[in-house]
Write a protein that binds this ligand. Structure first.
Ligand code: GDP
Ligand code: MG
Length: 196
């Protein structure tokens, strides 16, 4: 698979199934983990998804249409330190609403920063996906920020916290495009499996 076309479809504060109905690949993770950057790098587009050095900007669900064949769903980031209880509840409602309402979800990409041990929020997100029986793939982002030699060492606490094996994790750099081929393959597989 190659990405031949990518376009922004819509932003929404609560999920409503888009038309036409097509398979969806969701992108979840903490604020600032690199969700928007990964979407841009994956689509080979500079500013398809808005990135920010200030966390907590994406409070909406953003939908992108790829190859006229499937949607990437940029979910609102969690774990933003400065949000109050109200905001947390709103976030939870949005996420729950998405996972409840969509009939098209094929795979959730769960992004975590390769440099840090997963937080309580990361573990909760992982537990939610696992508990709901939703297929997910752990992506360790910002892989360019550590040396290749340090990858295995950094993956250890991530794998322990999220109960996955190192070979199940894709190390991704939105700076260098490292991991993009692996992700293309994984998405292609997820889209094909459900079409059977
Ligand atoms: N070096 C490096 N920086 C990254 C990478 N991905 C994201 N960033 C930076 O991390 C910050 C947050 O990225 P963004 O994509 O907006 O995160 P989001 O909140 O999860 O959508 C931005 O300053 C990005 O430039 C990466 O793979 N490598
Ligand atoms: Mg974002």
């Amino acid at each position: 698979m190659e990405i031949k076309s990518a376009s922004f479809v819509t932003s929404m504060s609560s999920y409503a199934a888009p038309g036409p109905a097509l398979p969806e690949i969701a992108v979840a993770g903490k604020s600032n983990v690199g969700k928007s950057s990964l979407i841009n790098n994956f689509c080979r587009r500079k500013a398809l998804a808005k990135t920010s050095a200030t966390p907590g900007k994406t409070r909406l669900i953003n939908l992108f249409l790829l190859n006229e064949a499937f949607y990437l769903v940029d979910l609102p980031g969690y774990g933003f330190a400065k949000v109050d209880k109200q905001e947390k509840l709103r976030w939870g409602g949005m996420m729950e609403g998405y996972f409840r309402e969509t009939n098209q979800l094929r795979l959730t990409l769960h992004l975590v920063d390769i440099r840090h041990e997963p937080t309580q929020d990361d573990v909760q997100m992982n537990a939610f996906l696992r508990g709901s029986g939703l297929p997910f793939l752990v992506i360790a982002t910002k892989a360019d920020k550590i040396s290749r030699g340090a990858r295995m060492k950094n993956l250890a606490p991530i794998c322990r916290a999220l109960q996955v094996q190192p070979w199940q994790v894709i190390c991704y750099s939105s700076e260098t495009g490292d991991g993009r081929d692996q992700l293309l393959e994984a998405i292609e597989k997820a889209l094909a499996e459900q079409a059977e």
